[in-house]
Design a protein around this ligand. Structure first.
Ligand code: COA
Length: 258
């Protein structure tokens, strides 16, 4: 499929989606969202791809939010569909068995931060700014922002960010646990690729199990969460990577995961 607004790239086990609309700070309209969804599905179903990176074109913005010009005149039913489409796209990333990394190269606002929060890791440049500014344009986040932000940083900080709409610098976002890591802008993609390649060398089953155990466990009570963890732990022993990983350790060699 030919894409107009995203660039899709595959280098060995790493697939990259670059939102390519820098003149609009990579703002997401329905067409861009549908390309991201389709591009993600392409990488997600490619057995060679182990880790998926999402970034924005240019040095100014990762994604400056959903496209305000598209939302300006829609009615509540269209707004419902707009939210549902965005939520489903982000949920597919979150539910993927692959590890997804947001490489945040500038503004991650509104839908941009919401997309980043659906990723497993958020690695940002020191120039990045993140926030949920929707309140300033008379609405609230609609792509999971109120929910994922509260889960990631707690209600206190989530309310501060969503109620004020202020954008905070990357250093502050890292300090409250919203970002995984902050690096100088000119080293961002090297840092992201280093992390991506180190993940790609690990066992794909245990990575997916770890991701889902954390995500699923956070949504249920502790007893149920422990059960989820137990089941994923036990399932790892059904995979050859467990024997290989433990044997390699005892034989003092590097494991060769499947
Ligand atoms: N939707 C639509 N267009 C957007 C956009 C968005 N979310 N964010 C930026 N753009 C467009 C601007 O309209 C402008 O287009 P133009 O050149 O045709 O006028 C272009 O991108 C550049 O943005 P500009 O505002 O001129 O850049 P800036 O450096 O002065 O400010 C921001 C950068 C990120 C602070 C500012 O663009 C902004 O506040 N964007 C909206 C953020 C937001 O509210 N997102 C949540 C939406 S729900």
């Amino acid at each position: 499929m030919d894409f107009k607004h995203i660039l899709l790239e595959k280098k060995g086990p790493i697939g990259t989606i670059t939102v390519n609309r820098p003149d609009k700070l990579n703002a997401l309209n329905t067409e861009v969202v549908s390309e991201i969804r389709s591009g993600f599905e392409t990488l997600d179903t490619d057995p060679e791809v182990r880790v998926i990176v999402i970034t924005g074109k240019g040095e100014k913005a990762f994604i400056a939010g959903a496209d305000i010009s598209e939302m300006q005149d829609i009615d509540p039913l269209q707004a419902m569909a707009f939210a549902q489409n965005g939520q489903a796209t982000l949920r597919a990333m979150e539910r993927s068995d692959k590890i997804v990394i947001a490489a945040i190269n500038g503004y991650a606002l509104g839908g941009g931060l919401e997309l980043a929060m659906a990723c497993d890791l958020r690695i940002a440049s020191d120039t990045a700014k993140v926030g949920q500014p929707e309140i300033k344009i008379g609405v609230i986040p609609g792509w999971g922002g109120t929910q994922r932000l509260a889960r990631l940083v707690g209600k206190t900080k989530a309310k501060e960010l969503v109620l004020t709409g202020k954008a905070i610098p990357a250093s502050e976002a890292e300090a409250i646990g919203l970002l995984t890591m902050v690096v100088p802008l000119d080293t961002l993609m090297d840092a992201v690729m280093k992390v991506a390649h180190s993940l790609a060398e690990l066992g794909r089953f245990s990575l997916a199990a770890a991701k889902h155990a954390i995500d699923d466990g956070c949504e249920v009570d502790f007893e149920k969460a422990q059960e989820i963890e137990r089941q994923f732990f036990a399932l790892c022993f059904a995979h050859s990577d467990q024997k290989e990983g433990m044997t390699a350790f005892l034989e003092k060699r590097t494991p060769r995961f499947s």
